[in-house]
Ligand binder design. Structure first.
Ligand SMILES: Nc1nc2c(ncn2[C@@H]2O[C@H](COP(=O)(O)OP(=O)(O)OP(=O)(O)O)[C@@H](O)[C@H]2O)c(=O)[nH]1
Ligand SMILES: [Mg+2]
Length: 278
């Protein structure tokens, strides 16, 4: 019997997780026939997915959900060519939850979710652009932590103030050592803003954030890089592009993905799972 393969989606705040899940849900709802993967079961409770999808179709920034975010969104996928299966377990945790890895306050349910998975899509949006504002301290509140007697108080760790690359490395290091990750896919989100003429997503990360890139290659031996534009464009250009994008959405080609060596763009957002399923 083959072991079940379990995959999650992770990333720090603003990594693009919710937008990617919303765009995936659009594909699943349309039941695209020309995809290599097939969705064999849909989640029982789809009201959250429909809520984020509403923002996606109307091209509005996704607000924090009004319906509670379910902690058990499971979608089974199967590859048509060889019947290989993968369970997507994507509760869409907010990025703040992953930051809790950094200050050791990660809730038990997320610990278990990580331990039980052997595949992941990890999204990265912001890359180390350090602005002076980011570094300015507002009075850090002190916290009680169990240390030596003479130094009971420590400044709060404030993971949200750390550089993106540092946050990503700490989160990835935790995942590498607390799960049995066999294959991972690193996605650079908002690819519409990042793509340049001749850099693959992997080359882009290597150039823009070499330390993070090396860290990933060191800790994970089976990793693929992709760029994804789950929105298809930047919403600040909505007034000029709305009609064109609505038309593309009708044809299921608004969102796009650039995979590893292929520089051409594909509308098939399920491609990372096709890689992870093997
Ligand atoms: N230009 C562009 N921006 C994007 C794209 N996808 C996401 N964004 C922007 O990136 C920001 C974060 O997107 P979310 O999908 O909310 O990110 P998240 O990882 O769910 O964030 P948290 O829930 O806070 O952890 C938003 O401002 C989006 O508008 C894209 O394809 N293109
Ligand atoms: Mg989100």
């Amino acid at each position: 019997m083959t072991m079940e393969k379990k995959c999650f989606i992770a990333g720090v705040p603003d990594a693009g997780k919710t937008t990617y899940i919303a765009a995936l849900w659009d594909i699943i709802k349309r039941g695209g026939n020309n995809l290599e993967l097939q969705f064999t079961t849909s989640p029982e409770n789809s009201s959250y997915l429909n809520e984020i999808w509403e923002y996606w179709v109307s091209m509005n920034k996704i607000e924090r959900s009004k319906t509670p975010v379910p902690d058990d969104i499971k979608i089974n996928v199967k590859r048509k060519s060889d019947g290989e299966e993968l369970e997507l377990d994507i509760p869409d945790f907010m990025g703040e939850q992953f930051q809790k890895i950094i200050d050791h306050t990660l809730p038990e349910n997320i610990k278990q979710w990580i331990e039980q998975s052997d595949r992941m899509v990890y999204l990265i949006n912001k890359l180390d652009d350090v602005s002076k504002d980011d570094l300015e301290e507002d009075d850090p509140e002190e916290v009680d932590i169990d240390r030596t007697e003479e130094r009971q108080k420590a400044p709060r760790l404030a993971p949200e103030k750390m550089l993106e690359a540092s946050q990503n490395m700490m989160v990835l290091k935790y995942i590498a050592s607390h799960s049995k990750m066999q294959k991972i896919a690193i996605g650079l989100s908002a690819w519409d803003l990042k793509m340049t003429e001749n850099l693959t997503p992997e080359e882009f990360l290597q150039q823009r954030s070499p330390v993070l890139y090396n860290f990933i290659k060191w800790h994970f031996n089976d990793v693929v890089f992709f760029g994804v534009s789950a929105q298809g464009f930047d919403y600040k250009d909505k007034s000029e592009k709305e009609a064109e994008m609505k038309d593309k959405a009708r044809k299921s080609c608004r969102a796009f993905i650039a995979f590893d060596k292929e520089k051409e763009l594909s509308p098939d957002l399920t491609k990372p799972f096709n890689y992870l399923i093997s």
